[in-house]
Design a protein around this ligand. Structure first.
Ligand SMILES: C[S@@+](CC[C@H](N)C(=O)[O-])C[C@H]1O[C@@H](n2cnc3c(N)ncnc32)[C@H](O)[C@@H]1O
Length: 438
């Protein structure tokens, strides 16, 4: 695994210095490497693990190095993070191997002075029974334990209360499930499930939604015949629930105004049995192209994809029975899939509620009388969710809240919902449903 660690060190150092997207960097890095499949798996686990646990790991480094963070060079800091991650979270790596391999990495990178320092720190951490540093208060303790920034821990405690915040922090780390929707527009659910089973894919059916399956183990569904034949697309349960709330029917006209890469567009069209029209737009041309290619693979020709700025009303757009406004957001509901979101500054999100409100306000103009409008985000933030929905209702007396519907079970009567990852082991999400009265 020595070369796998070397690759991870190179990629994490590059990520630290460049701020590129972690998934793109890792995919490209692994593709170019000559690592074995097993080494690639190890490298991916270490890469994402270090990224996810960076706050915890940096707190340990700060405590043990007695050295302000910025005095350590990037490479030494990354080697320490990798060593500590293996010691704390990788049961398959013996402690001695974690230390020795970290020391070797420093030596290989012509940093012999640092190798002694790394060896001493990691061994001291082991001698202290790998105890995490104590925070100065309850918020810091949570921040260190769950590798969440202090601002996020404070925000979630303030906005959702202590217990739900704890639950959200616990589910903000660890592996996110792979969930898919079966395309029932052309084939029966059973025939696709049989096809997947024959190809050795193990999955679990979810009782919440009949066409939703959770893929077990590490099987890549993208390589299956069922996928290539357009019988499934990968989509988290929360997004599927969002489409269930919109409840599109055959022959509806549906507008999906922030639609790329198109996951919800596809589910909407499938729920309509590919009958009617789904007009799906995104601000960016290349992203609108993703909707087009996905619709083609799935055989959904009731979808028309294009470029449009959802903030600006377009009088040429038809009025619709159902309008989905799946707005751009801070993504705090999906940090277990995209840990780099945690390392942004909270001020990076300040402008979002205004943008979201503008898009929602314009989306509302396309809704027919009696039609449905759904506002959704994949974040857990009152300012981007409830406050946008509240402001919309206050300024739009022609709309009223509408129940989310039967897919939500005992919550079916609610008109909005913050889905925390613990509820269904799905992404954190917000859905609010409105109906146009006049
Ligand atoms: C949350 S993502 C949408 C995910 C998508 N609905 C799906 O299920 O695959 C938000 C999208 O909004 C797009 N976007 C941002 N600002 C926009 C605007 N002013 N008009 C239209 N699309 C916009 C982004 O490019 C991004 O693709």
């Amino acid at each position: 695994m020595g070369n796998a660690r070397k690759t991870v060190l190179r990629l994490l150092t590059r990520l630290e210095n460049s701020g590129s997207y972690s998934n793109i960097l890792l995919d490209e890095g692994l593709e170019r490497s000559d690592l074995s499949p097993q080494d690639k798996k190890f490298a991916a686990a270490l890469f994402y693990g270090v990224l996810e646990r960076q706050i915890t790991l940096d707190n340990i480094i700060r405590e043990y190095s007695r050295n302000p963070k910025n005095k350590l060079g990037t490479e030494v800091r990354v080697i320490l993070r990798m060593g500590l991650y293996q010691l704390l979270y990788m049961d398959s790596v013996p402690d001695n191997a974690a230390v020795d391999e970290s020391v070797k990495l420093a030596k290989k990178n012509r940093n012999p002075a640092a190798s002694g320092f790394i060896n001493a720190m990691l061994r001291e951490f082991i001698r202290n029974n790998k105890k995490l540093p104590k925070g100065r208060n309850a918020t810091e303790e949570l921040s260190i334990e769950y590798s969440a920034p202090v601002w996020l821990t404070e925000k979630w405690t303030r906005e959702y209360g202590k217990d739900i915040c704890l639950e959200m922090l616990k589910t903000s780390v660890g592996q996110a499930p792979v969930t898919a929707r079966v395309n029932t527009a052309f084939h029966s659910l059973e025939s696709t499930l049989d096809m997947l089973a024959e190809e050795g894919i193990t999955f679990e059916r979810l009782s919440v939604l009949p066409d939703c399956i959770r893929i077990c183990g590490a099987g890549a569904v993208e390589h299956t015949k069922a996928y290539k034949e357009g019988r499934i697309h990968v989509q988290d349960l929360s997004s599927q629930l969002c489409c269930a709330a919109l409840d599109p029917k055959e022959n509806d006209t549906v507008l999906d105004l922030c639609a790329a890469p198109g996951g919800k567009t596809f589910t909407i069209a499938e729920r309509m049995n590919n009958k009617g029209r789904v007009l799906a737009f995104d601000l960016h041309k290349n992203r609108a192209g993703l909707i087009e290619s996905g619709a083609k693979r799935l055989g959904l020709d009731c979808i028309r994809a294009g470029v449009n700025n959802a903030k600006v009303y377009d009088e040429k757009m038809p009025k619709a029975d159902k309008v989905l406004c799946d707005a751009p957001c801070s993504g705090l509901g999906v940090i277990r899939r995209k840990p780099e979101i945690k390392y942004k500054e909270p001020s990076d999100f300040d402008r979002l509620p205004e943008i979201q409100y503008d898009i929602l306000k314009t989306s509302a103009e396309y809704v027919k009388v009696g039609g449905t409008l759904v506002y959704s985000t994949c974040t857990l933030s009152r300012a981007e969710n409830d406050e946008v929905a509240d402001r919309f209702l206050a300024e739009h007396p022609d709309f009223e809240p509408a129940p989310l519907g039967e897919a939500f079970g005992s919550d079916s009567g609610l008109c909005r919902m913050s889905i925390t990852p613990a509820k269904y082991n799905s992404d954190g999400f917000f859905i609010a449903k409105f109906i146009r009265l006049r």
